[in-house]
Design a binder for this molecule. Structure first.
Ligand code: HEM
Length: 171
């Protein structure tokens, strides 16, 4: 089951807010959000300070280094992501996820200082996107591809030029 059919099937009544149980069943939408966070991670890089030498064969990052972990580049590594610029939510089917290293995709960071709002953030985005897409047909204006979106950086990534058209759905 793909795309809009999933929303209609899981959320037959447009008037009600989605329940937690319904949100859990929006598998395709979740893959779309994950693929979006792969290509355009809200936090495009994270910073760390090395309080000891860090061995990362064949390199060593010496103590006191400031390290930049570029999530956006990590998420577009062609050795991990075939055709990295292609938007393909099925990269997040369970069998595909199992083939990759767990740190190849870290939009919420990883380890001791990762995002404490990880689960809440995903649920929040799913509710918001599901509610909008269930009620409106949304189209970009004057764009052919997501690559036409100009990204601005202010700690978080923002779209600088996106124009959208909303048409109310009748059912
Ligand atoms: C899609 C939504 C979100 C994304 C992509 C996101 C991403 C991130 C990332 C990448 C970090 C790590 C920064 C670093 O390692 O330096 C982080 C940290 C954090 N996030 Fe989120 N976040 C999201 C939603 C939320 C929400 C909803 C909350 C709170 C309810 C939240 C609270 C935090 C806090 C408190 C930290 C700092 C954790 C620490 O330093 O120990 N985030 N987030």
């Amino acid at each position: 089951m793909q795309k809009h059919q999933e929303l209609v099937s899981v959320l037959p009544n447009m008037e009600n807010s989605p329940t937690q149980e319904e949100i859990n069943r929006l598998d395709y939408l979740e893959r779309v959000i994950k693929e979006t966070l792969r290509l355009v991670p809200t936090v495009p890089f994270i910073l760390r300070y090395a309080d000891e030498d860090i061995k990362c064969d064949p390199y060593v990052f010496p103590v006191s280094s400031n390290l930049v972990v570029p999530l956006m580049l990590l998420h577009r590594d062609p050795e991990v992501w075939p055709e990295p610029e292609k938007f393909d939510p099925d990269r997040f089917l369970p069998d595909e996820v199992a083939k990759r290293h767990r740190c190849s995709y870290i939009p919420f960071s990883f380890g001791a200082r990762n995002c404490i709002g990880l689960r809440f953030g995903m649920v929040e985005v799913k509710i918001m996107v599901a509610t909008i897409l269930r009620n409106f047909k949304v189209q970009t204006v004057g764009m052919k591809s997501w690559k036409d979106i100009q990204l601005g950086y202010m700690v978080m990534l923002k779209a600088k030029n996106s124009r959208l058209r909303f048409d109310k759905r009748k059912f």
